[in-house]
Design a protein around this ligand. Structure first.
Ligand code: F6P
Length: 357
């Protein structure tokens, strides 16, 4: 078969491992031929196609980013964009397309499938917020990067008696914040799922410092929101008014606002670290390399089983296939169990018993 591959949306450590695995299994076991479309859906719309063979994928396993590059192009927003995609795929003789991406990329994949094209999806996002799968690749790498940063921030916070606010990615879900916060021993973790009251956060820090601690680490997801009691209007802090082609605002800035408000309320010197795209760059962890490899193998097997309009997913420790529709119908937000893990080790707000202990 002739199989097309593209990577769309924000990049993510492990993309190259998926491409490599699909191409290797396709060449070694199915005698497939591969074509890569550059820069996500833009490459399909504009017919930017390159041959993908064993030599092209050699040595890419540990490399971050994506050899196919990526974009947030949304063909559904362009006049006849989806028809243009199908025309390019037909022109290149593509029998099936493997789309590696998050909910935006996979929503387009699902639309193309609705128009009769053979599409298989692979779940990708460092945010880990795609429904239907237990983990997306890239998440583990991002969490490890943040954990290491929190470890480093700890020592400087301790040396200066400071509160350090660490802003991490996570637009709609706080998976990175909660996992890295737990792994890094943060004192406060703020996630988009639970709008926070700024006075309660300040109280928690004051309470901790009244027990003899002289520094604190606050991890905040970029999508975290002030609660109505803190005059929050339900929206996340964004850099500017700009939106991408899928309608998402560029988030960022909550860390600095939070630091200023905490310093004002507690009197403790506070600094902010914004980790930004450092979380998305660099080599994938072993876990992500293995998971991405399994997704790549799963996707090419699905192509040969004719399981189109579906996505490779991890459930428990098995790679299965689920309808694309299930993955894109909603975001997978942080569940109660993980929130309980975090609250089990974090200080209770306003707990008088803890004060002066
Ligand atoms: O891919 C998801 C994500 O990493 C979000 O956490 C973040 O809000 C966004 O991408 C940033 O996107 P960009 O690279 O376009 O600035």
């Amino acid at each position: 078969m002739k199989v097309g591959i593209l990577t769309g949306g924000g990049d993510c450590p492990g993309l190259n491992a998926v491409i490599r695995a699909a191409v290797r299994k396709g060449c070694f076991h199915y005698e497939d031929e591969f074509v890569g479309f550059l820069e996500g859906w833009r490459g399909v719309m504009e017919d930017k196609a390159v041959p993908l063979d064993l030599s092209v994928v050699a040595g890419i396993l540990p490399r971050g980013g994506t050899i196919l590059r990526t974009s947030r192009t949304n063909p559904a927003k362009k006049p006849n964009g989806l028809e243009q995609c199908i025309a390019t795929l037909k022109k290149n003789g593509i029998d099936a397309l493997i789309a590696i991406g998050g909910d935006d990329t996979l929503t387009v994949a699902s639309k193309l499938y609705g128009k009769g094209f053979n599409v298989v999806g692979v779940p990708k996002t460092i945010d880990n917020d795609l429904a239907g799968t237990d983990y997306t690749f890239g998440f583990d790498t991002a969490v490890n990067v943040v954990m290491e940063a929190i470890d480093r921030v700890h020592t400087t916070a301790e040396a200066h008696n400071r509160v350090m606010v660490v802003e991490v990615m996570g637009r709609d879900a706080g998976w990175i914040a909660i996992h890295s916060g737990i792994a890094g021993g943060a004192d406060v973790i703020l996630i988009p799922e639970k709008p926070f009251d700024i006075d309660e956060v300040a109280d928690t820090i004051r309470q901790r410092h009244s027990r003899g601690r002289y520094f604190s680490i606050v991890v905040v997801a970029e999508g975290a929101k002030f609660s109505p009691s803190s005059s929050g209007d339900g929206s996340a802090v964004s850099m500017d008014g700009d939106k991408d082609e899928f309608g998402h605002a560029r988030l960022g800035g909550i860390g600095n606002i939070l630091a200023k408000e905490l310093e004002k309320r507690t009197g403790f010197e506070t600094r902010t670290v914004v980790l930004g795209h450092i979380q998305r760059g660099g080599t994938p962890t072993a876990f992500d390399r293995v998971l991405a490899t399994r997704y790549g193998l799963g996707a090419i097997d699905m192509v040969h089983r004719g399981e189109f309009g579906r996505m490779a997913a991890l459930r428990g420790n098995k790679i299965i296939s689920i309808p694309l529709q299930e993955a894109i119908s909603k975001n997978r937000t942080v569940d109660q169990e993980m929130m309980d893990v975090a609250s089990g080790i974090l200080e209770k707000l306003n707990d008088e018993k803890l004060v002066n202990k």
